[in-house]
Design a protein around this ligand. Structure first.
Ligand code: GTB
Length: 218
């Protein structure tokens, strides 16, 4: 069966690939699995039919046969387990790659996402600039350590893995910001991720969806 994922009918990011269906599309492209996409409006996400798939009424979801999944990390993990291309065979290397998946979502993404949301909802507050700087400091702490770990390597732990896929996608939100530019090796790491043919196909597919064109992963 062809897996079916959900994505924004019209992503608020204007097709920059920041919404979390992008990481699922990318994982599917990396393993060579075609997929279908159901595009949803914000209203449709909150309807019972979608909530039956996603308890929080969000995208992305993933359906394949009698399996329905939510949470982009769990979906990417499932794809990686099913197809083997995104996780190493060696048990210890595999465990470390999974650790990097969690690090991307649980350690690096939260401060980046918090600042991005604050930039929108706190814009009119008199303390806006101060808090943005505080939140930028939190991000830099993570980037310092990530940059030190990555050093001159291409990927976080040997070959490209699902850990890199999620980390690059998380860092993508900082693209073009001074913060990422302060870390040349992290900037190059993101560029390396974006240069992967699978990333490009996934990016084009989500952009086509934003532009209102038919969007599948075929
Ligand atoms: N932890 C979940 C996961 O990883 O799957 C989080 C899912 C989530 O946050 N989904 C968002 C959503 O459905 C879209 S991706 N939001 C609608 C809602 O909650 O009602 C987050 C996102 C949204 C917008 C942008 N953007 O415009 O740049 C980027 C990322």
């Amino acid at each position: 069966m062809t897996p079916l994922i959900t994505a924004f009918e019209r992503s608020p990011d204007g097709g920059r690939g920041l919404a979390r269906d992008m990481r699922v599309r990318w994982a599917l492209e990396e393993v060579g699995q075609s997929y279908d996409v159901r595009l949803l409006s914000f209203g449709e996400m909150k309807e019972a039919a979608h909530r039956a798939l996603h308890p929080f009424g969000q995208i992305p979801t993933y359906e394949d046969g009698d399996l329905a999944l939510f949470e982009s990390g769990a979906i990417v993990f499932h794809i990686a387990e099913r197809h083997r291309a995104l996780l190493p065979d060696d048990a210890n290397a595999r465990a470390r790659a999974i650790a990097w998946m969690f690090a991307a979502l649980d350690t690096v993404e939260p401060p980046i996402f918090e600042r991005a949301i604050a930039a929108i909802i706190e814009r009119e507050e008199p303390w806006f600039e101060h808090r943005q700087n505080v939140l930028a400091g939190n991000i830099r702490k993570r980037l310092d350590d990530l940059s030190n770990h990555l050093g001159d390597s291409d990927w976080l732990d040997g070959a490209f893995s699902a850990g890199d896929l999620l980390m690059v996608h998380v860092l993508l939100r900082l693209k073009g910001s001074d913060m990422l530019d302060e870390y040349p090796n992290l900037s190059a790491y993101v560029v390396r991720g974006e240069a992967r043919p699978a990333f490009k196909r996934a990016f084009e597919a989500q952009l086509a969806a934003f532009a209102g064109k038919p969007s599948t992963g075929e």
